[in-house]
Design a protein around this ligand. Structure first.
Ligand code: AMP
Length: 563
């Protein structure tokens, strides 16, 4: 069977590279869920998942998700039908994820915070067939899914998790396949898997790092589970490992570095929620050994609340922003070898760079490490050309490898700029290579892409500027990152009024709400100016705006200290 090419919207890997990845074993010939099943058979009675609501063994997880897959198929969903996911860190999310994959469907990894602006666009882009939402959140996602369905003819099913009761037209994942014979469900899953091509799309992830609206990232079966395998290997995980995750599990980092990575090696996933108090309690209770801490949790990890966790956590991986030296020292006790801290740099497009276990302390503290797959390739290029820069020089980090996409889905024009002529993905991040021993470690030095990294959620500046400009009272808009102690960065909008009237924050929020824009993207500060500063080539001078907001914040802090 050959992979479905989605009318040319899926960019295939070049044949020579695909052949090399197959030959090296970095690509798998099996679909993602066949790999899960293999692992489940090997580790049947081990604990696969711990959440605040309960635990599942590998056997329970495997059997339950076989039945969900059968239930989805019986409902009428067919192989390669995309299913939008808007859910949080719940056991039912994991069940839904594997159940959907086993039915041969494609999870579309959107966020529970996304609204019509995002979901409408993505649903159309991938021709989504079903919409899975979590009930019981402060915003009624079940109602929202019905609303989305009205405007999208391809969307035929609403699925839910956590719904307390059956509602007309909504299929509860928890009920699916409960009365289907287990052997029959397994046979059905195996039939679906037999039809799959390794180069078929397994999952659609979303890009945070591009221009305009979010781009869709197609991850394929050949590489997706193995991405998790490489990650688990990089940290030496095994059946004794208990991996805690607090960030949204649906992010690519959640799936690849926690869910799939843990389940590839028989480890336990301790699935917590972003609330640090609840998360640290669950971690302490579950004897977590490993955790990934995003920069939105750096402060919490530094607080005393994290101390009970350190009784069992052996490895802390920090990611998302420069690691404060003091935090690193707290989490890394190399003298007694009881605690190890390292870093991770990664992206939904693929490439993961992590600290090797045997890296010297300075490399662990100051660099993000080395790529995780043998065939991963990185280059530091001049941002305005394809010229490679000498070791030590800061340039654009570009990468290529077995699990890094060769192109966004259905975005041919964008792809010509986002990839080099020989297929390296231009990350938009600035990096330099530093030598420690015989290895060249990657240090992240900033970025050239125009986004705000709000505690790990990426906000695209251009996307918000265009939305702000749709207000009749805004003549010009420039959105920049402003530093924030807790989240790392927040969005600040510099606005030029159309007339003399300056809108209030509430009016701007109302405008973005009416456009259905996810709240985490709304600017959290407005600065009204008579005109935007320009560079000598006439572009908005964002560097001067970034410097301006830092100055304003510093002046306010000083004022606060003196008042
Ligand atoms: P996403 O695809 O949402 O995971 O975002 C990927 C982007 O997050 C990267 O291209 C970087 O801009 C940023 N990022 C990820 N890890 C790090 C890190 N350790 N340090 C700095 N930025 C990071």
């Amino acid at each position: 069977m050959t992979a479905h090419d989605w009318n040319g919207r899926l960019v295939p890997f070049p044949a020579d590279r695909a052949a090399a990845y197959r030959a090296s074993g970095e690509w798998s010939g099996l679909p993602t869920t066949a790999r899960l099943h293999e692992s489940a058979l090997r580790h049947a009675d081990r604990i696969a998942l711990i959440t605040a609501e309960g635990t599942y063994t590998y056997r329970e997880l495997d059997e339950r998700t076989d039945r969900i897959a059968a239930g989805l198929t019986w409902m009428g969903l067919r192989r390669l039908d995309p299913v939008i996911f808007q859910v949080t860190n719940r056991a039912a999310t994991v069940l839904a994820w594997y159940g959907v994959l086993k039915a041969g469907l494609i999870p579309v990894a959107t966020l529970s915070q996304h609204r019509m602006h995002e979901i409408g666009h993505i649903s159309e882009k991938v021709d989504a067939v079903a919409h899975l939402v979590e009930a019981g959140l402060s915003f009624d996602l079940v109602d929202f899914a019905r609303e989305v369905g009205k405007g999208h003819s391809s969307l035929r099913y609403v699925l839910s998790i956590e719904a307390p009761e059956v509602e007309p037209g909504v299929h509860r994942i928890e009920d699916l396949g409960a009365d289907i014979d287990l052997a029959e469900a397994r046979a059905l899953v195996e039939t679906i898997e037999a039809d799959a091509d390794p180069e078929d799309i397994a999952v659609f992830q979303l890009s945070g790092g591009t221009t305009g609206v979010p781009k869709v990232i197609p991850r394929i079966h050949a590489e997706y589970w193995n991405n998790g395998v490489f990650y688990a290997r990089a940290f030496g995980w095994n059946e004794q490992t208990r991996v805690a995750h607090l960030l949204p599990i649906i992010h690519n980092a959640g799936i690849s570095c926690a869910l799939h990575a843990a389940h590839a090696v028989g480890a336990t996933l301790v699935l917590a929620t972003p609330d640090p108090v609840a998360a640290f309690k669950l971690m302490a209770r579950s004897d977590a050994t490993d955790v990934l801490i995003g920069h939105g949790h750096y402060q919490a990890a530094h607080s005393a609340g994290f101390d009970p966790v350190l009784r069992t956590v052996r490895r802390t991986v920090l990611s998302g922003a420069k690691v404060p030296a003091e935090l690193f020292r707290k989490l890394d006790d190399s003298s007694s070898h009881s605690r190890w801290a390292g870093q991770m740099f990664g992206m939904s497009e693929g490439m993961f760079i992590v600290t090797p276990q045997d890296a010297p302390a300075s490399a662990r503290a100051d660099t993000v490490g080395l790529p995780i797959a043998p065939s991963d390739e990185i280059r530091i290029l001049d941002p305005s050309s394809e010229e490679e820069l000498p070791a030590g020089a800061v340039g654009e980090l570009c990468c290529r490898g077995p699990y890094t996409i060769p192109g966004y889905f259905g975005a041919p024009e964008h792809n010509t700029n986002a990839f080099t002529s020989d297929g390296f993905y231009r990350t938009g991040d600035l990096a330099a290579l530093h030598e420690f021993g015989s290895r060249r470690y990657v240090a992240i030095e900033g970025r050239i892409k125009d986004l705000i990294n709000r505690g790990g959620e990426k906000v695209n500046a251009e996307e918000i500027e265009l939305l702000l400009l749709r207000h009749p009272d805004i003549a010009a808009a420039a959105v920049v990152a402003m530093p924030d102690d807790r989240l790392g960065e927040k969005a600040c909008a510099y606005l030029v009024p159309e007339s003399t009237a300056e809108l209030t924050m509430a009016a701007v929020q109302e405008h973005l709400n009416a456009l259905g824009v996810a709240k985490f993207k709304w600017p959290e500060r407005l600065v009204w100016v008579p005109a935007l500063p320009r560079t000598n080539v006439g572009k908005v001078n964002k560097n001067s705006l970034r410097a301006d907001i830092v100055e304003r914040l510093e002046a306010e802090t000083l004022e606060g200290a003196h008042s």
